[in-house]
Write a protein that binds this ligand. Structure first.
Ligand code: BYC
Length: 332
């Protein structure tokens, strides 16, 4: 257990004033230990989700139905790798190390989003992930651009721009399939039926069962509760489903005139709990694959460390400038 934090009153006052004024806390600012721990938990989980999130779609890279679809999917998966890297970098500003976070992921000590523990059975799943999963991600993540921690908020700006593009590509793919054959339309409906409820669960447990929300809202890390964002997602998505011509698999879905919002059914929260506990359909496979990729990449990390040491030694010998010119020349 760490020693209790010595609270310096002026520093704590500064932290509270900055948060209340909607300004940003930066890495060198004083912050409560629990604020730092909450950010590390959320940002690490978010980064892991981006990296593990490449797997379900990656399943279709070699089987995309055309070169165009393959190029699009490859670019999307690469964007996700980039998001993971921005987020690990944001977490590192809080004093943790990326290697340590990766170790926690592959040893099951840190979580990643439940959504990536479901299988991608057909190419329509690629479209539905773009539309629903990236759509849910946008609802959840746009408010994080106003998170009180500067490096996380700034990372989210670029991530959200790319997620919007991902969502549109998913919708465009589905529109194309819906204009195709009956079999293609059935494929889309089947994918929507399988992904709808897990997408709603991405927002986390209901507010009355969400232990972290109140404190995260008070610190302005989270800007809306899980249920608020879930409702926003449903309201955004129902008209899109109507336009697409698919049925959302929820008999309780109905327009509530008074609230000006869609009423919807209760997700199966026991399923979310099971998936978070590691007992979803693909949890073992996802973590195993991540572990294997990490182990297979050991030589790249070793080579990078050896190269950095060589450059440092060369710089120490006084030749850094010359070598940089040489490297740039070689790259041309
Ligand atoms: N899955 O008190 P709560 C993406 C955990 S990336 C797994 O409400 P909080 C994308 C939660 O961590 C998607 N675990 O927590 C990528 C907590 O456990 P711990 C990821 C979940 O943090 C590639 C416990 O349940 N997005 O979209 O206030 C391609 C109690 O929950 C889940 C982010 O990470 C879940 N669904 O709120 C395409 C966004 N839900 O940690 C798309 C940033 C809850 O106390 N994160 N848990 O042991 C957040 O906004 C918040 O962390 C959450 C949860 C809303 C997810």
């Amino acid at each position: 257990m760490s020693a209790p934090q010595m609270v310096d009153q002026p520093l704590e006052g500064h932290f509270e004033t900055v948060v209340a004024a909607e300004q940003r806390i930066e890495p060198r600012d004083w912050m409560p230990d629990a604020y730092r721990a909450t950010l590390v938990r959320q940002i690490a989980q978010h980064a892991h989700s981006e990296i593990i999130g490449m797997q379900p779609e990656g399943n279709w890279l070699t089987r995309a139905p055309s070169l165009r679809r393959k190029a699009i999917l490859l670019a999307k998966a690469q964007d996700e790798a980039g998001h993971g890297l921005y987020l690990y970098a944001a977490a590192e500003t809080l004093g943790v190390d990326r290697a340590e976070l990766t170790d926690k992921l592959i040893s099951g000590r840190q979580k990643y989003s439940s959504i990536f523990n479901y299988p991608t059975l057909t190419f329509a799943d690629v479209g539905v992930i773009g539309w629903l999963v990236d759509g849910a991600a946008i609802c959840n993540q746009v408010p994080l651009c106003r998170c009180s921690y500067g490096p996380y908020a700034r990372a989210m700006v670029r991530i959200c721009k790319e997620e919007s593009f991902h969502q549109r590509q998913g919708y465009e793919l589905l529109m194309t399939l819906m204009r195709g054959t009956d079999t293609q339309r059935r494929m889309v409906q089947d994918a929507v039926d399988r992904w709808w409820w897990p997408s709603l669960m991405m927002f986390g447990p209901p507010d009355d069962d969400s232990p972290n929300t109140a404190q995260s809202m008070a610190w302005r890390i989270k800007r809306h509760t899980n249920d608020e964002l879930r409702q926003r997602f449903v309201d955004m998505t129902v008209p899109q489903a109507q336009h697409l011509g698919v049925t959302l698999p929820d008999p309780a879905l109905s327009w509530n005139e008074e609230r000006g919002s869609w009423d919807f059914g209760e997700p199966d929260w026991s399923e979310l709990k099971q998936v978070i506990k590691g007992q979803g359909p693909c949890n073992t496979q996802r973590v195993e694959r991540r572990r294997a990729a990490h182990e297979d990449g050991a030589w790249v990390r070793e080579a990078a460390v050896a190269y950095a040491a060589k450059r440092r030694a060369e710089a120490g010998a006084g030749g850094a400038g010359d070598h940089r010119d040489e490297d740039e020349g070689a790259g041309r």
